[in-house]
Design a binder for this molecule. Structure first.
Ligand code: OAA
Ligand code: MG
Length: 212
């Protein structure tokens, strides 16, 4: 992870999700917040620059080629910095499995910060022991390859009604998530820190009876 990303990670974890969402809303008009998601290790927050895998509904004819998870994954992470976040869209089937412990063991090998999937994932017990953070729509037991297939790497994708482009910074914890354009990171973090310190002031005012 670059020095810059490392510093931003520390600062993002210190402020948490809601202040980051508030700060995004002060600087951008588009929706950037993600709803609360599921994780095999919910105490592990996820932060880092996005690489993307675009899933599509499965087709069984040669007009749309199923490239396989490994090929699309390798293309997505090629050149990514350690500490990147693999982001996967639903392909229209958020209840179907998009990957599991075996496919995602690549994220440990490549030093990713973790995975954000707008679909379900298999093997939560395995993923809980992996050295990265995982957030998704829930656990699946059934293979999902007859519903969705990985199609393209590092294109813009949609997750929970939010556009994510490669290089955006993604933050997810047990409260929910937020997607921050790289060019806005410094501004949004500084704003979020101001919101946290303002909130401390409001709380003190309420406790002392000075604030109505
Ligand atoms: O079989 C699948 O597609 C997903 C899975 O369980 C794994 O990657 O371990
Ligand atoms: Mg499995």
């Amino acid at each position: 992870m670059s020095e810059q990303s490392h510093t931003w990670r520390e600062r993002a974890l210190a402020v948490g999700c809601a202040p980051l969402v508030d700060a995004m809303m002060r600087h951008h008009e588009h929706k950037a917040d993600l709803p609360a998601l599921h994780s095999p290790a919910p105490e592990r927050a996820l932060f880092g620059p996005a690489v993307t895998m675009q899933f599509l509904p499965t087709r069984d004819d040669p007009a749309v080629q199923d490239r396989g998870f490994g090929d699309v994954y390798d293309e997505a992470v090629r050149g990514a910095e350690p500490g990147a976040v693999l982001v996967i869209n639903s392909g229209g089937y958020p209840e179907s499995s998009h990957a599991g412990g075996v496919k995602l063991s690549r994220a440990s090998r490549d030093g990713l910060a973790g995975v954000l999937a707008d679909g379900r994932l298999r093997d939560f017990a395995e993923l809980a022991d992996a050295g990265f953070a995982t957030w998704c729509r829930g656990e699946a037991v059934r293979w999902g390859g007859d519903h969705v297939m990985p199609y393209a790497a590092n294109v813009a994708i949609e997750v929970a009604g939010v556009t994510i482009v490669p290089g955006d910074y993604v933050y997810v914890d047990s409260a929910g998530g937020v997607v921050i354009p790289a060019a806005s990171m410094e501004t949004v973090l500084t704003e979020a820190e101001t919101i946290v310190s303002d909130d401390e002031g409001f709380r003190a005012g309420i406790a002392s009876g000075e604030s109505s």
